[in-house]
Design a protein around this ligand. Sequence first.
Ligand SMILES: Nc1ncnc2c1ncn2[C@@H]1O[C@H](COP(=O)(O)OP(=O)(O)OP(=O)(O)O)[C@@H](O)[C@H]1O
Ligand SMILES: [Mg+2]
Length: 223
Amino acid sequence: MTAPAIVATGVSRTYDLDGVSVPALRGVSLTIEPSDYLAIVGTSGSGKSTLMHLLGGLDRPSGGTLLIGGRDVSTLNPAEMAKLRNETIGFVFQSFHLLARTTARDNVALPLVYRGVGRRERRERATAMLERVGLSHRLDHRPNQMSGGEQQRVAIARALVTSPSVLLADEPTGNLDSATGQSVLALLESLNDEGVAVVLVTHDRDVAARAHRQIVMRDGVIV
Ligand SMILES: Nc1ncnc2c1ncn2[C@@H]1O[C@H](COP(=O)(O)OP(=O)(O)OP(=O)(O)O)[C@@H](O)[C@H]1O
Ligand SMILES: [Mg+2]
């Protein structure tokens, strides 16, 4: 038996917005196994992105316990969290979060800087990953010189360049035409076959149906 990749137990997240508390997650329990392929679906505002940010160690729960790679995130300082994320998680943001003044290749190479990988190897690995998402002709383009779907694929390449054991993708096909969406899904599925756990958020029933299991969120809980 291998240990679960991520275990959330009774996790909550309340945002404080000008003194008003917004309960975005209200007690979510979820285990991600090392070879999982999980789709998270649910209406807009149901807490999917909030949950993904927690699973990826980008944010901390307001309550409950969260183990990433067996480590309780409440015991980790920000530097330890960043290291755990860099070594374990690939994250594709709903809104890409690419550096605007930076080329596709340097955006993809960035996580490797934090790993201490040398410049030459960074460029090679970033180039190979951009080739894998069909962007070998856009290496030196900046985000504002690329379409939404191209930016999405750069974000996917950046998430994969560190060879994470868990890939968390928030609407990875949301901005792609169906052919490009299919090729991105095929890429995620081949990674999953290689043992990478894949968790994706989607509004697309067909995308969700390809996952090995689905959870549905509503009002901050799994239904
Ligand atoms: N930083 C924030 N401050 C205050 N409230 C927030 C914040 N981020 C999210 N929320 C609220 O938390 C709830 C859950 O938001 P979340 O982004 O997780 O939804 P979602 O399921 O990802 O929706 P969508 O499908 O539209 O992306 C929403 O009611 C949202 O308004
Ligand atoms: Mg969202």
